[in-house]
Design a protein around this ligand. Sequence first.
Ligand SMILES: Cc1cc2nc3c(=O)[nH]c(=O)nc-3n(C[C@H](O)[C@H](O)[C@H](O)COP(=O)(O)O)c2cc1C
Length: 192
Amino acid sequence: MAGPYSVAAICGSLRSASWNRRLMDAAIARAPAALSIREVPIGDLPLFNEDLERDPWPHAVLAAGASVRAADAVLIATPEYNASVPGPLKNALDWLSRRTSAGPAPLNGKPVAIIGATPGLMGTARAQAQLRQALQNLALPVLPGPNVFVTQAATRFDDQGALADEMTARMLDTLLERFVDWIERSVRQGSR
Ligand SMILES: Cc1cc2nc3c(=O)[nH]c(=O)nc-3n(C[C@H](O)[C@H](O)[C@H](O)COP(=O)(O)O)c2cc1C
């Protein structure tokens, strides 16, 4: 097996006690040896505005763009807001889908995996479906499965915020293992 592959992790929630950040942190902690996952913060990105796409480019756009461009792949942990993708995440993806003064669009060709958590019962399935559609529109290879739809999030983590639910941990492990193969496939096919 090749690798290790670097993975830029994006959390769609800016909330300090975010279930999605906990889920992303669990993915970071459980990553197989072939993956090195690091968060790329999106909270400082300005609201997307084409008027800002010129010198001097916003520092946060260049910084996030450089981190994603340097990574082999992207992992997204998304909340669901109003049956859709939360604004901060959509904002980040819009920025990262654009070329900057520093180079081509950071998301170009990146294999992507999606996970999500909600206190509700639908596991962010609707947000993930919409996210998948937007990413496929960018011609990005999005890992087809397994779906990590974490429902009733408050029951899945312990008081320290660590993932404590065996079934969720198994799903996450399976997704991460398949993500390694997915990234390798993309590298072999030269989409990266
Ligand atoms: C404006 C708003 C809309 C929401 N809509 C949904 C929804 O459609 N589906 C859902 O499962 N949860 C919904 N929620 C609840 C979120 O899943 C919950 O706030 C979750 O904790 C957000 O993710 P985080 O913990 O990572 O910040 C909504 C919350 C807010 C604030």
